[in-house]
Design a protein around this ligand. Structure first.
Ligand code: SDX
Length: 425
């Protein structure tokens, strides 16, 4: 809070004084809450200039390409901590001590199984359903199974729901995959790391255990870390908005999954791979770049551009390095998709259109190539984003519910008919 004020002057009215709020970092914020009492609203479709809440979780400086979770830079978290450290950090505000980590790891690994009856839910879906469609359904359905963690006014219930979601998301994600290929579900294993257990549930079968490579398990862990939170993005804002009505946490996360699915958001990782496959050969890159620049063509370069970053997405840098590690472990360094991606990135970064609009690769640009190398099918990519983003969604939901909040209720600039009468018969 500062004692700075802004003055809004509208012709024919007395000036309105508005407080200007300062955060610990980032731009000042004009507090417009009193405008409604003056018969005015602000107009900001897409929330381009609007802070929807106060938060202590994540900070982004889009011009500098900085991303901090609770003050820690994302590259340090990805390289020096693991995903469960980051989950703990997002939920509780600090990195865990050794004892706290041990306890947290125990809690998370001991809640990874889902209620046996959940298996029957899957039978209701077509085998060729999009995995995100199934995830929206089954995550929402958790609220039908875990009644003992639905009281949002109870701090312990909120914590149990948070743990359950972080524990069970990989299980549900892997079940979704197994269902789509007609294989039996594989139960989780407590002796494996979070990333390693996920790969086990995806690729083991009752006939053969999948040998989890430590390099690949670590890469999976890093990818989850890079997706863990990103401030008030579309899906997190959806979770907050759903939660502001008092809806239960499982329903709120299902709403977040639905918002994530779109190709402008988390669905972009799937769209990147589809785009690279469509390009097919380095010789066609220029053609696709020209299409991306053409206003009359709806095609956009997937994995490029960001509402907040006007610089290289710091997550994309770590993702690119992880991509190199994974491809070299798998001996897939000559992957044609990777070659097209690297060439495409180079050409776009040197192109005047992309330079002028400050369009850089985002988190989704390289993740798909890693997923593909790991043997994960394209339509599962966004599911993996959802698994990684779960602690972020819950941390924001928990932060909101733990403090003072009101139901989210935007207003509008009405452009419809003025009042008119229904004609008599
Ligand atoms: C994520 O918000 C988050 O934090 C999200 C996220 C997270 O972790 O939660 O980081 C995850 O969603 C990453 C973004 C994934 N999406 C894509 O990769 C899809 C491709 N990118 C875009 O469609 C776009 O860049 C958005 C949706 C990401 C951002 O949209 P904005 O902020 O509304 O910007 P815009 O679409 O208005 O673009 C500004 C200009 C436009 O041109 P002009 O009308 O000014 O002439 O840039 C152009 C756009 O046409 N542009 C592109 C482009 N992205 C923007 N042109 C070609 N290719 C692109 N990819």
């Amino acid at each position: 809070m500062t004692d700075k004020t802004a003055k809004l002057v509208i012709e024919g009215r007395d000036p309105i004084e508005l407080p200007v709020l300062s955060g610990t970092m980032g731009p000042d914020v004009v507090d417009v809450r009193s405008l409604t009492a003056n018969g005015l609203f602000t107009y900001d479709p897409g929330f381009v200039s609007t802070a929807s809440c106060e938060s202590e979780i994540t900070y982004i400086d889009g011009d500098q390409g900085v991303l901090l979770h609770r003050g820690y830079p994302i590259d340090q978290l990805a390289n020096k901590a693991d995903y469960l450290d980051v989950c703990y950090l997002l939920l509780y505000g600090d990195l865990p001590s050794a004892a706290e980590k041990k306890e947290f790891q125990h809690v998370i690994s001991h809640h990874t199984m889902v209620h046996e009856q959940m298996r029957q839910f899957f039978q209701g879906f077509r085998r060729d359903s999009h995995p995100m469609a199934i995830m929206v359904g089954v995550v929402g359905a958790l609220s039908a199974f875990y009644h003992d963690s639905l009281d949002i006014t109870n701090e312990r219930h909120r914590e149990v729901a948070a743990h359950r979601l972080i524990s069970k998301m990989p299980t549900l994600a892997a079940m979704t995959y197994k269902y789509s290929i007609g294989q039996p579900f594989v139960y989780p294993r407590n002796d494996l790391s979070y990333g390693g257990n996920f790969l086990h549930m995806m690729f083991s079968t009752p006939a053969q255990d999948y040998k989890v490579s430590p390099t690949l398990a670590r890469a999976m862990d890093k990818i989850f870390t890079l997706h863990a939170d990103h401030e008030q993005n579309a899906s997190t804002s959806t979770v907050r908005l759903a939660g502001s009505s008092g809806a239960n946490p499982f329903a709120c996360i299902a709403a977040g999954i639905a918002a994530l699915w779109g190709p402008a958001h988390g669905g972009a990782n799937e769209a990147v791979l589809t785009m690279l496959e469509e390009i097919g050969d380095e010789s066609r890159i220029e053609e696709f770049i020209a299409r991306a620049k053409d206003k009359d063509d709806p095609f956009r370069l997937m994995g490029f551009g960001h509402r907040v970053y006007k610089n290289y997405d710091p997550r994309a840098k770590v993702m690119k390095a992880t991509c190199d590690e994974v491809l070299s472990e798998l001996g897939a360094g000559n992957d044609p998709m990777l070659k097209i991606a690297m060439r495409l990135e180079k050409i776009a970064l040197e192109d005047e259109y992309f330079i002028e609009k400050k369009l850089y690769p985002n988190v989704d640009f390289y993740s798909g190539i890693i997923f593909k190398a790991l043997g994960i099918p394209t339509d599962m990519f966004t599911v993996l984003f959802a698994v990684g983003r779960t602690p972020g969604w819950i941390a924001h939901w928990k932060e909101m519910i733990s403090g003072a909040y009101r139901i989210g209720r935007p207003r509008q600039l009405y452009k419809g008919h003025t009042q008119r009468d229904v004609p008599g018969k």
